[in-house]
Design a binder for this molecule. Structure first.
Ligand SMILES: [Zn+2]
Length: 213
């Protein structure tokens, strides 16, 4: 578990650094179209978000605050509502079924009580990387459940798929980061079973043959 956390932290730090780099360059006058930079050059995919989180027929529950553990929020998975500020500020505007509707408390409750796949549970519980506004694709690549998320302008694509390892009799899912401009996995850390097929998929989505490697 320590190793997994270390890898995820490294990916996060690298992504944050890159975003900073991107922000600095974007503000600079040299970032003109044709400069080869991801956020001006790339054609971003127009795929339908395949994450669907319909209401669940379960009782209301209290979910502890992550920031202030003694306090709790009331989560209703039937109506897909939460008493927190995040939900009333933004989630409430999204239709039930859309992931944008779920605040962190709804995501946590949903991951625990909904009949969700281990893959979707991993994605929903990733408090560090999950962003409801990012498009997410869930499916199978070479028969292996895989989730891919991206953000327009951000060269890092987020991939969750089976690591090849097992925990308590269940296949483990890990997060991997792929850089579109460098056409590389972060620190060479790539999925064991379907890395090549994922690169082919990204190559099609992003109209970029160089991503095949
Ligand atoms: Zn909430």
């Amino acid at each position: 578990m320590g190793l997994v956390w270390a890898e995820e932290t490294a990916a996060c730090a690298a992504s944050a650094l890159d975003q900073l780099e991107s922000a600095v360059s974007a503000a600079s006058p040299v970032a003109t179209p044709g400069s080869g930079l991801s956020w001006v050059r790339r054609r971003w995919p127009r795929l339908t978000d395949t994450v669907n989180l319909p209401p669940l027929d379960v009782d209301k529950q209290q979910v502890p605050s992550l920031v202030n553990p003694p306090s709790t929020y009331q989560v209703d998975l039937r109506a897909l509502t939460c008493s927190c500020r995040q939900f009333h500020g933004s989630g409430i505007q999204a239709l039930p079924g859309k992931k944008e509707r779920l605040c962190r408390h709804l995501r946590q409750a949903y991951a625990e009580r909904g009949n969700v796949s281990p893959l979707l549970r991993t994605v929903l519980l990733d408090e560090v990387h999950f962003n409801a506004a990012d498009p997410w694709w869930l499916g199978e690549v070479e028969g292996v459940p895989t989730a891919i998320g991206w953000r327009e302008g951000d060269p890092w694509v987020c991939v969750y798929t089976q690591s090849g390892g097992w925990r308590r009799g269940q296949a483990m899912f890990l997060r991997y980061s792929f850089h579109l401009d460098r056409a590389q996995w972060l620190e060479g850390h790539q999925p064991r079973q379907n890395a090549k097929a994922i690169r082919h998929l990204l190559s099609e989505w992003f109209h970029d043959p160089s991503l095949r490697g």
